[in-house]
Ligand binder design. Sequence first.
Ligand code: CA
Length: 272
Amino acid sequence: MGVDRTGEEDEHPAHSVTLRAFYLDRTEVTNAAYAECVSAHACPRNDVHIASRSHAGTDAEFGRPNQPVNGVMWSDAHAYCAFRGKRLPREAEFERAVRDDDGRRYPWGNEPPTPERTAFGRALSMNPGHGTTDDVGSHPTGKGPYGHDDLAGNLWEWMEDEYDPFAYTRDTASDGKPGTCAQIMTAQDKLRAEGKQGFTGSNPIPRECEHVLRGGAFNYDGPGLRSSNRVHHPGHYRLVMAGLRCAKDVEAAKPADSDSDQGNIPPDSSIR
Ligand SMILES: [Ca+2]
């Protein structure tokens, strides 16, 4: 997990993480799937006007049933996964699903993104020709090493973890876990005091315990889709470029529970 030289400082250093076996949804959660949770009164309605509100296009351009759901807060994402008997993935799990044993830069390998492999590099604007998301699973040549779709691009995905800029250098790094919120606040204050804007990426150094998002989005440039990139936002943000997929512990899975939307990540999830 992480890298030694490229990327931003919160991606350093490369280190080994041991994870328990888990399942990860093959695709991002779709508008249709999320709507089922809303109909069951188990999820708040997502902001179906997030596109027009964000000046990113018409709401209809992001609203097809098989486009990934966006405009969801972290707590909405959390509620959705619970509705399905699942949970949000952890940052280390997502990175494992992308990088496999060879530590690749993108789900498909080390070659840069192309329009065939994923939805990326599209304009976030109301102008003609502006970008939007694609239906999930539209880029089979961009699948990850375990067969997952859109791990890089289309939408950023909410992670379970709070964002900890020092996560990779703490005692808990080998478990892939962040520090406590109190430790995170101390870390962020330290970075601010030292004038280290940029350590956590181009957004301002956070002033609260935010949540991690992974994977890049339709409006991001190619390098932003790199597998080690860690983005963070307050959990209450609803974003046009952020959605989710769910994970599940293997122990929690029943033998008959072999949904086609789940890709099994085998045990032995040692990440380098
Ligand atoms: Ca994605």
